[in-house]
Design a protein around this ligand. Structure first.
Ligand SMILES: [Zn+2]
Ligand SMILES: [Zn+2]
Length: 258
């Protein structure tokens, strides 16, 4: 088993350490067929892509790199933030249709778009700090992220439940219905057992990503592989796992070989 694509990596356009080209080179070294450049949306207080112009320059750079490195697919994406309780995300409207992949992550410390979002953001911040949550807060969070999945063409929800408390089962059911994937984030894979176990009971599929913030970590899926083994996740539930080549034996049966 081998992961052939890393759809979630950060660069200096948000708070990653490497340039886009360095992430691409690292992905080629790891033998990946595809890499997503998915910096944080502009809604973060400190770290996001700085507006539409910055997205345009990322896009131009990716186009240039596609010509230089034809051996790998380079995808222009974003890890968008949820900035309102109705699931609104922080990607400029003109950029949204230009993206190859849209990831959505529910993060703390994002600029709220309404008074309600400001209150929820403050509660989530406090709840994380105190290590306590309430059912009411969890319900509001779940409603927001589910609304985002219904409203936008979301490829995957990144690290569900990691920063903000949500009802995993409800989100997994909506993702299954909308064809949105849930991420097994290799940077946090030790903390994801409960969420993955719950999501596995639904029809949702998963994607493994590194969430690399340095080129060295692009395509590092070690912790995710361990999680797959620990929880016995069926390989067919993970969309970017290569499971050998399909072939037909001399007896006419279909088989998979490594
Ligand atoms: Zn994230
Ligand atoms: Zn990320």
């Amino acid at each position: 088993m081998r992961v052939f694509a890393d759809y979630h990596t950060h660069t200096t356009y948000s708070h990653g350490k490497g340039r886009i080209e360095e992430n691409v080179q690292a992905a080629i070294r790891r033998g990946l067929k595809s890499i997503g450049i998915t910096d944080h949306g502009p809604g973060h207080f400190f770290i996001g892509v700085k507006g539409e112009e910055a997205f345009r320059s990322m896009q131009a750079e990716i186009r240039r790199l596609r010509a230089k490195y034809p051996q790998i697919e380079i995808l222009f994406g974003v890890e968008a933030n949820i900035v309102d309780v109705d699931g609104t995300i922080d990607v400029p409207e003109a950029i949204l249709p230009e993206l190859d992949i849209l990831l959505v992550g529910y993060h703390k410390l994002v600029k709220p778009q309404s008074l309600a979002a400001l209150k929820v953001g403050a509660k989530n911040f406090l709840s994380g700090w105190l290590g306590k949550t309430t059912q009411a807060l969890r319900d509001i969070n779940t409603k927001a992220i589910c609304a985002a999945v219904r409203r936008y063409p979301v490829m995957a929800v990144t690290h569900p439940g990691l920063q903000i408390d949500i009802d995993t089962l409800a989100l997994a059911n909506i993702c299954a219905e909308c064809g949105t994937l849930m991420e097994i984030n290799s940077s946090y894979a030790e903390k994801l057992d409960d969420y993955v176990k719950t999501a596995l009971t639904t029809g949702v599929n998963f994607v493994i990503n590194s969430d690399a913030h340095t080129p060295e970590r692009v395509g590092d899926f070690t912790a995710a592989y361990r999680l797959l083994q620990r929880l016995n996740v069926p390989a067919e539930r993970v969309v970017n796992l290569e499971r050998g080549k399909r072939g037909v034996s001399t007896a006419g049966e279909e088989f998979i070989h490594d």
